[in-house]
Design a binder for this molecule. Structure first.
Ligand SMILES: Cc1cc2nc3c(=O)[nH]c(=O)nc-3n(C[C@H](O)[C@H](O)[C@H](O)COP(=O)(O)OP(=O)(O)OC[C@H]3O[C@@H](n4cnc5c(N)ncnc54)[C@H](O)[C@@H]3O)c2cc1C
Ligand code: FES
Length: 279
C-alpha cells in the first residue's frame, strides 16, 4: 500500500505483512446482508486481488477489493464473527488492512467482447475488472446472479459507469428466473463468442459456468476461494488438491486450463482445521 493509512504511520518502514489501521470513510448498505466500506487509500491493486481485513480482538479475513484512483471499497456479507462485527462499524472506525495479495484477472491481447459472471459479492472484483477493461477499449458485459432482486448488488453503481449488466434471480423477482449459468447459456445462444469469460461467486455457480465454457471452448478465468489464514503463502491452509497450489499465492485467480487440474474444485474445500467439506 502507498501512503495509505491515515493512522499515523506514514513515512515509517514496515513489513508488507503487517496490517495498517485505516479509518472507514463511508458505509453503504447494499442489501439486507451486504454492506460496502469505502476508504481513502491507494492499494495499487489489480482486479481479482484481495486484502486481509483485521478487526483487532476479533479476527482477520480475506476480502476482495474494488479500487479507483485514490480510494478503494470492499463489500462484505454478514455471515459470521468478523463480518458480523464489521457490520456494526461506522464511518471513522478503524480496521486493519494487509495486502493486496494474490493473482489478478488478465485481459486478452485482442480487443473484443468480454463476459463477467458474478454471484453475490463476486460482483466486487468483476465490477473493478469491467470498468478497467472498458477504459482500455474492451466491450464487457456482466451477468449478475442473485437469489432475489434485493441481493443483486452494484446495479446503480455500474449503471452510472455505463457497464452493461443482465440479471438473473433464483426466485424470478428480477431479470431471468433461474441460475446465472442458465442466463449465460441464453446469452451465448445468440451467436456470441466472448474473447474471455471471468467468473467469481459461490463455487457451485463457478463450476457450472466453467462447464459451459469448457464445453463451448471459451477461455475463462476463475476466482477460487479457500480458507485463508496468513494470505502470504506460509500456512498452507488455502492449498488445493492435488496440485498443492496456495490460493493466496498461485490464486485466487486461476485459468480455465489450470482449474481442470484442481480436482477438488466444485466438490469440496477445507475448513480452518484442514478437514474437507463437500459443497
Ligand atoms: C480471496 C477471497 C476473497 C473474498 N472476498 C469476499 C468479499 O469480497 N466479500 C465477502 O463478504 N466475503 C469475501 N470472502 C469470504 C470471507 O473471507 C468470509 O465470508 C469471511 O471470512 C467470513 O468470516 P466471519 O468471521 O464473518 O465468518 P465465520 O463464522 O468465521 O465463517 C463463516 C464462513 O466463512 C468462510 N470463512 C471464514 N474465515 C475464512 C477465511 N479466513 N478464509 C476464507 N473463508 C473463510 C468459511 O466458509 C466459513 O464457514 C472472500 C474469501 C476469499 C478467500
Ligand atoms: S493463507 Fe496461508 S498459505 Fe495461503
Amino acid at each position: 500500500m502507498d501512503n495509505c493509512c491515515g493512522g499515523g504511520c506514514c513515512g515509517e518502514e514496515r513489513e508488507e505483512s503487517l496490517p495498517v489501521l485505516i479509518p472507514i470513510k463511508k458505509v453503504i448498505t447494499e442489501s439486507p446482508r451486504v454492506k460496502s466500506y469505502l476508504f481513502d487509500a491507494n492499494l495499487n491493486a489489480s482486479p481479482g486481488q484481495f486484502i486481509m481485513l483485521w478487526i483487532p480482538g476479533v479476527g482477520e479475513r480475506p476480502v476482495a477489493i474494488y479500487e479507483e484512483e485514490g480510494s478503494f471499497r470492499i463489500s462484505v456479507a454478514n455471515i459470521g464473527k468478523v463480518s458480523g462485527e464489521l457490520h456494526k462499524f461506522k464511518a471513522g472506525d478503524r480496521v486493519g488492512i494487509r495486502g493486496p495479495y494474490g493473482t489478478s484477472f488478465t485481459l486478452p491481447r485482442a480487443k473484443g467482447d468480454l463476459v463477467m459472471v458474478a454471484g453475490g459479492y463476486g460482483i466486487v472484483p468483476l465490477a473493478y475488472l469491467a470498468i478497467e477493461a472498458q477504459k482500455r477499449g474492451y466491450n464487457p458485459t456482466i451477468l449478475n446472479g442473485a437469489r432475489t432482486a434485493k441481493e443483486a448488488l452494484y446495479q446503480d453503481f455500474l449503471k452510472k459507469k455505463k457497464i452493461k449488466m443482465l440479471i438473473s434471480t433464483d426466485d424470478g423477482s428480477q431479470g431471468k428466473k433461474g441460475y446465472v449459468h442458465q442466463l449465460l447459456l441464453e446469452y451465448l445462444s445468440k451467436n456470441r463468442k466472448p474473447k474471455m469469460l471471468y467468473t467469481c461467486g459461490p463455487e457451485i455457480m463457478e463450476y457450472n459456468v466453467a462447464k459451459v465454457c469448457w464445453a463451448k471452448k471459451i477461455p475463462l478465468q476463475v476466482s477460487v476461494e479457500r480458507y485463508m489464514k496468513c494470505g502470504i503463502g506460509v500456512c498452507g491452509s488455502c492449498s488445493v488438491d492435488p496440485t498443492g497450489w496456495r490460493m493466496c499465492m498461485e490464486g485466487p485467480i486461476v485459468s480455465g486450463e489450470d482449474l481442470k487440474k484442481i480436482t477438488e474444485f466444485g466438490k469440496y474445500h477445507r475448513s480452518a482445521s484442514g478437514m474437507p467439506h463437500n459443497f
